[in-house]
Design a protein around this ligand. Structure first.
Ligand SMILES: [Zn+2]
Length: 120
């Protein structure tokens, strides 16, 4: 794709990947620390399970993001002309959006539609 500086995006994606992986390791450590912490009473059990739930959600979110990043990297590697193209409507994703989120799979309007579907 001509309009995009692929090398620049490759670097952005690699940075993003490293960052998410670091976050993920950190979250897993925290979660492990939580598992090891001492339980003294009912209140501890309740707060621990809500904490654990919170971590589980964050970890899921990171994993999801990591998958999207790897997908984008894979596209650059194998399907370069599809990088930066919305997977739903096949329109070009605006470069401003890609600079903020280089692993975006959809344009903003498609993303909104998907989010809306999900929240139903
Ligand atoms: Zn779209």
């Amino acid at each position: 794709m001509e309009r995009l500086d692929i090398d620049h995006f490759l670097k952005l994606l690699e940075d993003a990947k490293r960052e998410v992986e670091t976050n993920l390791n950190h979250l897993r450590d925290e979660l492990m620390g939580l598992e090891r912490s001492e339980i003294r009473d009912e209140g501890d059990i309740a707060s621990m399970s809500s904490e654990r739930h919170r971590y589980a959600l964050l970890i899921d979110h990171c994993k999801e993001e990591l998958k999207e990043i790897e997908h984008a990297l894979d596209k650059i590697e194998n399907n370069r002309e599809e990088f930066g193209v919305c997977e739903m409507c096949q329109d070009e994703i605006p470069i401003e959006r890609l600079l903020v989120k280089p692993f975006a799979l959809y344009c903003i309007s498609c993303r909104e539609m998907i989010e809306e579907e999900k929240s139903k």
